[in-house]
Design a protein around this ligand. Structure first.
Ligand SMILES: Nc1ncnc2c1ncn2[C@@H]1O[C@H](COP(=O)(O)OP(=O)(O)OP(=O)(O)O)[C@@H](O)[C@H]1O
Ligand SMILES: [Mg+2]
Length: 336
């Protein structure tokens, strides 16, 4: 990494978690999302910033982007001109309304522009609170701009959606994640095997926060040894592909009770959740050339079992259902 301002600042921040230490300070530090950044930069340059709505999965740069925008607009005085609220705080819309009111009313000396209010985690607000928010947005539009941030855009009421310009932050592509992690690895002098890095990129599925947290945890745990692929699976408590392969082969070849015992024992020994086994099984099925009816049967059942688990079904019964799905899948393949 070149000796950027970020890097020099970082030398004073050695105890910070890496997610904070490497949080982008400027818009140009935000990786991926070039279209979003270009569009918003134009808004800023033309001094026509609309209300914004950022949505997308965790760890993709929504909060980092709006903070970088605030720095770009206000420079050193950004903290005075920005109000950050966490909409999921259990404080009720009245408290939020009061905070917004007093913030919007106090104008900073010599500044006649607008102020910025960031409402993070807005999808956790009740419908009622969102209803109140729409009046608030309307009322303060002459002096403020809102940036509403959420993971699930379908939980935001249409009335708020129609008042904002929407930007979707997609999971970061593997090559962007790889490049940014590479910078951190160089800068922190992390020793890591190539296949361990690859596993880290696959496991974190475009979530930069998770990737940095896992990397830092592995680094702390392994120093001064090199991080291996097993370390990555241990820290994330995910089953290694070899474990998944062993389990699936057992489900396909052993009789039901032997297989149940094997899976059960491995689950207990390695502290695996059935959800992790299902996610691993899904990846495994993608790599094997099963006959089409078997593949469809397995995918349909994995989806069904995952859904039942998420709604609180018993792990023991769902494990039996998983084994049954593989046994029936094998029968279907034999009939081909
Ligand atoms: N696009 C990105 N470019 C550079 N770093 C990123 C990016 N996205 C995330 N990060 C890193 O991950 C950390 C978390 O990012 P951020 O808080 O912006 O995510 P978020 O999208 O707001 O997630 P959440 O929905 O969970 O609030 C940042 O501190 C930064 O280190
Ligand atoms: Mg955020």
């Amino acid at each position: 990494m070149a000796a950027t301002k970020m890097e020099i600042d970082n030398n004073f921040n050695n105890d910070l978690p890496w997610v904070e230490k490497y949080r982008p300070n400027e818009l140009s530090d935000v990786v991926s999302h070039t279209d979003i950044i270009q569009t918003i930069t134009q808004f800023i340059n033309k001094q026509r910033l609309p209300h914004l709505l950022f949505y997308g999965p965790p760890g993709t740069g929504k909060t980092s982007t709006i903070l970088a925008i605030a720095r770009k607009i206000y420079g050193n005085t950004w903290k005075r001109n920005v109000l950050e609220l966490n909409a999921s705080d259990d404080r009720g819309i009245d408290v939020v309304r009061d905070q917004i009111k007093s913030f919007a009313q106090t104008r900073t000396l010599f500044s006649d522009g607008f102020k910025l209010i960031i409402l993070d985690e807005a999808d956790l607000m009740t419908q009622q609170a969102q209803g109140a928010l729409r009046r608030i947005i309307e009322h303060y539009t002459p002096t403020t701009r809102f940036c509403i941030i959420c993971n699930y855009v379908n939980k935001i009421t249409p009335a708020i959606l129609s008042r904002c310009t929407r930007f979707r932050f997609s999971p970061l592509p593997k090559q962007h994640l790889d490049a940014r992690l590479g910078d951190v690895i160089d800068h922190e002098k992390v020793e890591i095997d190539d296949d361990a890095k690859d596993a880290l990129l696959n496991l974190t599925k475009g979530d930069m926060r998770r990737a940095l947290n896992v990397l830092q945890a592995c680094h702390t745990a392994c120093m001064p040894e090199k991080i291996t692929i097993d370390d990555v699976y241990n820290v994330t408590a995910s089953p290694a592909p070899s474990t998944i392969e062993y389990l699936i082969k057992s489900m396909m070849n052993d009789d039901i009770s032997t297989c149940y015992q094997r899976v059960h024992t491995l689950k207990r020994q390695n502290g695996l959740a059935l959800q992790d086994i299902i996610a691993g099984a899904y990846d495994y099925i993608q790599q094997i050339e099963f006959p089409v009816p078997t593949r469809l049967h397995l995918l349909d059942n994995l989806a069904e079992i995952e859904y039942r688990l998420s709604s609180g079904a018993s792990e023991t019964i769902q494990l039996s259902a998983l084994i049954a799905a593989f046994k029936i899948g094998i029968d279907l393949a034999a009939k081909q």
